[in-house]
Design a protein around this ligand. Structure first.
Ligand code: ADP
Ligand code: MG
Length: 241
């Protein structure tokens, strides 16, 4: 689904945030990305949908080189849902409006069709009674689940998560992880940057360790956690586990 070939990203001429990343994300995989703060995890994730434009290297999405300047990136970006640490819901729109906005504007769905789909998604996450509430009336965990639902309403082929639970109170982390686990079970292709090692272990099909803008280790969760090879990964795991 996604192929990343020797991607570099340099900020301000000197800061090498990504230093030669090569990997691929296959359909149905749940790839979990971990690593110390500042190791380039967000830059990597954001480069997958070209929110960060690589300084060099190529990214193929569903066979198309999206780093090619001639490509209409918006068309491809629609197929990649993204969920951030902060929910970025529109505060002056209701939950239903937040969810239906892009499907109506971008996907050219009718209001009725978009609302029907939104209500189905809300039912799925048990938040249908919040349809006419505003974001400020929801808890952090509810807001993040709505942010995920909003992405799903665009019917993406892949979902990108950047520390989706890092800004939540501890008691709300579980409900968001449970929804992500459900998505994974339903076959969604996912790339997840997180510090939740339990999620990585239980839900991930592959775990990537980034350090200093490079992928230092990449393995299935069992191997990754029980037999880490890179010394920096061993050190990292000794701190977080
Ligand atoms: P992580 O998500 O692993 O914490 P980031 O990808 O956010 O790491 O950052 C990697 C490095 O790139 C850091 O040194 C960070 O300060 C730098 N960086 C990230 N975004 C920018 C930016 N827009 N401008 C300048 N430097 C940036
Ligand atoms: Mg980050």
């Amino acid at each position: 689904m996604i192929r990343v070939e020797d991607v570099h990203k340099v900020f301000g001429g000197a800061l090498h945030a990504l230093n030669g990343i090569t990997t691929e994300i296959r359909k149905g995989e749940v790839v979990v990305v971990v690593g110390p703060s500042g190791s380039g995890k967000s830059t990597f994730l954001r480069s997958l949908n070209l929110l960060e434009v690589p300084s060099s290297g190529k990214i193929y999405f569903e066979g198309v080189d999206i780093t090619d300047k001639k490509v209409n990136i918006d068309q491809h970006r629609q197929k990649m849902g993204m969920v951030f640490q902060h929910f970025n819901l529109f505060p002056h729109k209701t939950i239903l409006e937040n969810i239906t906005l892009a499907p109506i504007k971008v996907r050219r769905k009718s209001k009725e069709e978009a609302e029907k789909q939104a209500m189905e998604l809300l039912q799925l996450v048990g938040l249908e009674e919040k349809a006419h509430s505003y974001p400020s009336q929801l808890s952090g965990g509810q807001k993040q689940r709505i942010a995920i639902v909003r992405s799903l309403a665009m019917e993406p082929d892949v979902m990108l998560f950047d520390e989706p639970t890092s800004a939540l109170d501890p008691e709300m982390v579980g409900e968001v992880l449970d929804l992500m686990k459900q998505l994974a079970k339903d076959g969604m292709t996912m790339v997840v940057v997180t510090h939740e090692m339990g999620f990585a272990r239980e839900v991930g099909t592959r775990v990537i360790f980034m350090d200093a803008g490079q992928i230092k280790e990449e393995a299935d969760p069992e191997e990754f956690f029980t037999n880490p090879k890179d010394p920096r990964l061993q050190e990292f795991l000794s701190k977080v586990l």
